[in-house]
Each structure stands twice: as structure tokens, then as C-alpha cells.
Unconditional design. Structure first.
Length: 313
């Protein structure tokens, strides 16, 4: 019988407020699954795409040229596959256009599954470039802040200037991430096109300072410094208007003890970092504030040490 490999890749928080396009954090308990098996065909084919309910996805087509999973897997197969083919089945666990790295999770799960079918599988870091091929198709830009944490887990520094090198950062002890997904959608490619193309020296200095301070604070488990630095003064002000519950949710997170709260990726999801013991309270405060605005939502609590993609039995 032909071997079928199944891989899971987690959702992720892009930017983490301070590091636009260059800092990402993996989440636990939410992600995409991709099954891959060799066929007698040629190249990578997409057999089916299923949604959160397990049914055939109502919007995502199974044209392999239009799905981040098959685009990424094809790039890997072109370089390292044999003369045969591979068939993929994608099961979405991450809502679309959620700011939770949905397209990245599909791309990462696909390359991890297909890699396991190769005669000589590549080391995990070598898969980044292939997963990025899929992500590029979806977001219209080259940024690894969802793909990198989804692939290797944890908190990852991945500025474009260093790619394909990525840096796993130390995470503070006793700090959890809360992710709130309101029932809204934001198209990342559109949100990226709307951003200003140039910024002032004052903005550059402020955001660089916050990023450097945040990374140092994580390494030192300095909670007060995390609280001081976890802010986005450049991108968030341009995007928060697209999320009607943004003000209410971020305010509720802060009032309930969060160290900071901002958009996850391009939104509409929002994330907060907080002391482990406060995480459940922060999550329910954020949910309550969102529902009070008449918007349904779902939340997840995750350690900052969430593992990256894995092969499943
Ligand atoms: N860094 C990307 C952006 C993440 O903010 O556009 C998209 O999820």
C-alpha cells in the first residue's frame, strides 16, 4: 500500500507587535493538517481541501496552482522529488484571513509531509524556503513571520535581511499568549498594499527601540520591560480601524492584566501576552469585550514554547 504521511503545522502570531514581518510566535492546539502520498502521476496534485467542519471547503479550490500547500510542496518536489507525483489532502484548522497564519500553516504542513516522502529528507530549516513560496502567493510579499514559527515553534526572529537564516529566541518564563479571533476577515495582501511606503526617523527609532527592548526583556524574563515594550507604533495605527472591536478588546486585555495587546499579523485576530496565571482571565475578558460589540469570537491560550510542525501517526 502507498504510504500516507500526515503533518500538522500550528497557527502563529505574525509581527508580535514590535517586529513587523520579522518576529513570529507559534500557537498550540490550532493548526492545519496535510496528508501526502506518492502517486504514479507527475508533480503535486491537490485531491481535496476540507474546512473547519471537516466538509469540502466552500471557498478554497483544489486547483494546485492556487493553494499555498501545493505551491510550497511543488517547489520542494521540483528540487528534491523523483519522477513520480504526490497527492495532497489539506484539512484547514485555522480560519481563513484570520491573522493567524492560515496560509503559512498549510504551506508548512505540506512541505513537512512531502519532505517525509523524499528518499533523503531535508533538515527542517531547509524547508523554510519552500514554505515561503506558498506564503508569497497568498500574501503578496516575502515575510517569514508566520512560516518560521509554524515550522520550528516558539518565538522566532526572521528578518528578510537574514533569510534563509532564522533565529529562535529565548522566551520569558511564566508568560503565555492569548489569541482572540473575532468572526471577521482581513485580506493580508490588501492590508499590506494599504501600508505607507515610507516612515520618519522618529518612528524608526521608536519601533527599533521597542523591538530591541522586547527581545532583551524576553531573554531576561523581565516582565516590567515586556510591559513597557510590547507596542506597535508604526503598523497597528494604520490597521486597527479595520477591526471594529479592536479598542474594546485591547482595553479589556490590559484591564485584566495583559502585558500588552495588539493585532496578530494583519488582523482581525488580536493577541495578548500575560502572566500564565492571568491567561484564562485575559482570554475571557477579551471574548466578553468582543461579544459586547456584537461580534462572535473564539480564543486560545498558548505557552510561548509551542512546538513547531510535526509528523503525526
Ligand atoms: N507580517 C505580516 C503582515 C503578517 O503584518 O502583513 C501577516 O499575517
Amino acid at each position: 500500500m502507498t504510504e500516507t504521511i500526515s503533518a500538522f503545522a500550528p497557527a502563529s502570531i505574525g509581527n508580535v507587535a514590535v517586529g513587523f514581518d520579522m518576529l513570529g510566535l507559534a500557537l498550540t492546539n490550532v493548526g492545519d493538517r496535510v496528508q501526502a502520498r506518492k502517486t504514479g502521476g507527475k508533480g503535486v496534485a491537490l485531491a481535496e481541501v476540507r474546512g473547519l467542519d471537516g466538509e469540502i471547503h466552500p471557498y478554497l479550490s483544489n486547483d494546485s496552482r492556487e493553494n499555498t500547500a501545493s505551491i510550497a510542496a511543488q517547489a520542494l518536489w521540483d528540487d528534491h522529488g523523483d519522477n513520480g507525483g504526490v497527492e495532497l489532502k489539506v484539512h484547514k484548522g485555522v480560519p481563513l484571513q484570520s491573522g493567524m497564519g492560515s496560509s503559512a500553516a498549510s504551506a508548512v504542513a505540506a512541505v513537512v509531509a512531502v519532505n517525509a516522502l523524499l528518499d533523503t529528507p531535508l533538515p527542517v530549516e531547509a524547508l523554510l524556503a519552500y514554505a515561503l513560496e506558498g506564503e508569497k502567493y497568498a500574501s503578496g510579499g516575502l515575510h517569514a513571520d508566520n512560516v518560521a514559527p509554524s515550522l520550528i515553534g516558539g518565538l522566532v526572529l526572521c528578518p528578510r535581511v537574514l533569510l534563509p537564516e532564522i533565529v529562535r529566541l529565548p522566551v520569558p518564563e511564566g508568560v503565555s499568549a492569548v489569541l482572540l479571533h473575532p468572526d471577521l476577515q482581513v485580506n493580508t495582501a490588501h492590508a499590506r498594499r494599504r501600508l505607507a511606503k515610507s516612515y520618519s526617523m522618529a518612528q524608526w527609532l521608536e519601533q527599533q527601540g521597542l523591538l530591541a527592548g522586547f527581545i532583551a526583556a524576553c531573554a531576561a524574563s523581565d516582565i516590567a520591560l515586556i510591559r513597557k515594550t510590547l507596542r506597535d507604533v508604526v503598523i497597528e495605527p494604520q490597521r486597527s480601524d479595520a477591526v471594529p472591536c479592536f479598542g474594546a478588546v485591547t482595553e479589556a486585555a490590559r484591564r485584566s492584566g495583559a502585558l500588552g495587546c495588539s493585532l496578530s499579523g494583519s488582523g482581525p485576530s488580536m493577541f495578548a501576552l500575560c502572566a500564565d496565571n492571568d491567561a484564562r482571565n485575559v482570554a475571557s475578558a477579551m471574548e466578553q469585550a468582543c461579544r459586547q460589540q456584537g461580534i462572535g469570537c473564539q480564543s486560545w491560550v498558548s505557552p510561548m514554547t509551542a512546538p513547531g510542525a510535526r509528523i503525526e501517526d
